[in-house]
Design a protein around this ligand. Structure first.
Ligand code: SF4
Length: 227
């Protein structure tokens, strides 16, 4: 498979945030979100065989734990990524996959936690979520909306209600987008939407969802890669 990097850090998002995690980052993405902080994944990378990837993961985390497959868009390499997920599960890892939900999710093994980042209007990629994927969500999965505006929030709120997401998946997360050129201070001034404002909207609408902050952006220099 074509990969950008494999590294160990702390999980920065989702309800697993704060836990140690090995990240397997694939190359290539078919979307172009305006606030994307992973543009370095769009081209290049290097080929690695499944056995090599497994050896690297086992070196970084020999006693099991969390492994997240992310990108780019990992499901552009569906057959290789599914084979990797099956190997990781068999070796006792808890496996997460981060995907936009634009690619079909039907081949993802049910034991894998799918973290589906449904794109909102201001990402520039709104409407790319594949509706058929709703039937492949399981109670262990998580749905994330990255928000840059009130319009994004209203899109997410209506999507959550229309599809009864809070009762279908383990966690629904609303997360302010971070400026892709953020550097220097590690604080909320880099968020494109003020988390306080988002919290007030969530409470006013009575949504049973989680506010998520990308904690790695607050722990490390926001422009740092590989964390
Ligand atoms: S789907 Fe992810 S990697 Fe692809 S452009 Fe959007 S934020 Fe970047």
């Amino acid at each position: 498979m074509q990969l950008i990097e494999i590294y160990k850090s702390l999980q920065g998002e989702s309800s697993y945030a704060g836990l140690p995690c090995v990240f397997v980052r694939t190359a290539g993405c078919n979307l172009r979100c305006v606030w994307c902080d992973s543009e370095y994944t769009f081209k290049g990378g290097h080929r690695m065989a499944l056995d090599e990837v497994m050896r690297e993961v086992q070196f970084l985390s020999p006693n099991g734990g969390l492994v997240e497959i992310t990108g780019g868009e990992p499901l552009l390499q569906e057959s290789e990524v599914v084979a990797l997920m099956e190997r990781l599960l068999a070796a006792g890892y808890t496996v997460l996959i981060e995907t936009s939900g634009e690619r079909p999710l039907d081949k993802v093994p049910p034991q894998v936690v799918k973290i589906v980042d449904v794109k909102c209007p201001h990402s520039g990629e709104g409407g790319t979520f594949r509706a058929e994927n709703l039937q492949h969500l399981t109670p262990r999965d998580e749905i994330k909306f990255v928000l840059a505006s009130r319009k994004d929030y209203e899109f997410a709120r209506d999507f959550i209600r229309d599809h009864d997401l809070s009762n279908r998946v383990a966690s629904v997360i609303l997360s302010p987008a971070f400026r892709k050129d953020a550097s220097g201070s590690r604080d909320v001034s880099h968020c494109l939407l003020d988390p306080r404002e988002l919290a007030e909207w969530m409470l006013a609408d009575g949504l049973n969802v989680r506010l998520g902050l990308q904690i790695h952006k607050f722990i490390w220099e926001p422009s740092l890669k590989g964390v």
